[in-house]
Design a binder for this molecule. Structure first.
Ligand SMILES: NC(=O)C1=CN([C@@H]2O[C@H](COP(=O)(O)OP(=O)(O)OC[C@H]3O[C@@H](n4cnc5c(N)ncnc54)[C@H](OP(=O)(O)O)[C@@H]3O)[C@@H](O)[C@H]2O)C=CC1
Ligand SMILES: Nc1nc(=O)c2c([nH]1)NC[C@@H]1CN(c3ccc(C(=O)N[C@@H](CCC(=O)O)C(=O)O)cc3)C=[N+]21
Length: 284
């Protein structure tokens, strides 16, 4: 079998076109969706991601502002900046770009963002709602993956989903979302034994390890759906995923490329969450 491509870039472009119209209509009702992005330090990867997000906001008519703080900013100062944005009624969404410098407690910062403006879906209140199956802002990467699966009518109910990676921003919420949709979910991580054996049981295999080409075709069951979340910069400067694409695509029914797979969908779902925040809504 040669897999069909799950083209995140293409789907993102379609969704952004729809959102552009939605934003126009909101503006006629005097609702002007606004996202604040806070960037600490000058990590090049973070800067490039933030640029992509700004561009996407511009395209859809969502206004955005970037607050750049020096690497040396104190935790207290950062918390004060967040408080200012929480209290600004014209700001609907707040994103603090991760990772943060070591002297700043990431969890403390996430706690400080108003759950109503938490368009990343990282606040413990929103994660708790996700666990309970209540309405909330869905974390953008898992939400984007779900949207890609739905766009191809890929069945989730009753399927075996194996997630490699258990981070708070990708792996954990991905498993919760699939569980909510009645998949049978297995989490794998660095202490997992027999990773390949477990991966081979997956109908839906989500790889979010941050390890270049750690998974190849020998981990993929014939006909499985392979989602590659990894973003790794190779020595030649190009981006590549956690999955060795050429061998995996020979086994899979669907596969996401890197770049132009999950990455663009993450940004698009951020815009979606910002529009929802502006409308005073969140989604289950
Ligand atoms: N496309 C997108 O939109 C996004 C892409 N990313 C990318 O996705 C990747 C993962 O990101 P993130 O979740 O934040 O990463 P983390 O580094 O936080 O988590 C990596 C996970 O992979 C597990 N892992 C590492 N090595 C192995 C191994 N050899 N075998 C099994 N499991 C392993 C770790 O296990 P343990 O918990 O035991 O340490 C951990 O749970 C990165 O490349 C990142 O850049 C991230 C966010 C969005
Ligand atoms: N608070 C917070 N929220 C995040 O959502 C968040 C974060 N911090 N920190 C870092 C990770 C990483 N992440 C990516 C988003 C888009 C692409 C993306 O658009 N990638 C393009 C390539 C872009 C390029 O060429 O540089 C693609 O895959 O096609 C990548 C990575 C969001 N993250």
């Amino acid at each position: 079998m040669t897999a069909e491509l799950l083209n995140g870039r293409e789907l993102s472009d379609e969704l952004k076109e729809e959102m552009k119209h939605e934003v126009e209509i909101l503006k006629q009702q005097n609702i002007h969706p606004h996202l604040t992005v806070i960037l600490v330090g000058d990590n090049p990867a973070s800067k490039s991601y933030v640029k992509g997000k700004e561009k996407a906001c511009d395209f859809t008519g969502i206004s955005s502002n970037l607050i750049e703080l020096p690497e040396s900013v104190s935790e207290q100062e950062l918390l004060q900046v967040i408080e200012g944005q929480n209290n600004d009624k014209d700001v609907h969404g707040i994103l603090v770009q991760l990772p943060l410098p070591d002297h700043i407690d990431e969890q403390k910062v996430i706690h400080a963002i108003s759950p109503l403006k938490d368009v990343d879906g990282f606040h413990p209140v929103n994660i708790g709602k996700l666990v309970n199956g209540e309405e909330t802002f869905l974390p953008c990467t898992p939400y984007g993956i779900l949207t890609m699966l739905e766009s191809k009518n890929i069945e989730i109910e009753g399927k075996r989903a194996v997630i490699i990676g258990r981070s708070n921003i990708v792996g954990k919420p991905m498993g919760l979302l699939l569980l909510e949709r009645n998949a049978t979910v297995t989490y794998c991580h660095s202490r997992t034994q027999n990773l390949r054996e477990l991966a081979l049981e997956a109908d839906i295999l989500v790889v979010a390890m941050g390890r270049e080409h750690a998974v190849d075709g020998s981990y993929v069951k014939e006909g499985a759906v392979v989602i590659d979340v990894g973003i790794n910069r190779m020595d030649n400067g190009k981006l590549t995923g956690d999955v060795e694409f050429e061998s995996a695509k020979e086994k899979a029914s669907y596969i996401t490329p890197v770049p132009r797979g999950v990455g663009p969908m993450t940004i698009t779902m951020l815009l979606k969450n910002t529009i929802k925040a502006a409308k005073g809504l969140s989604e289950k």
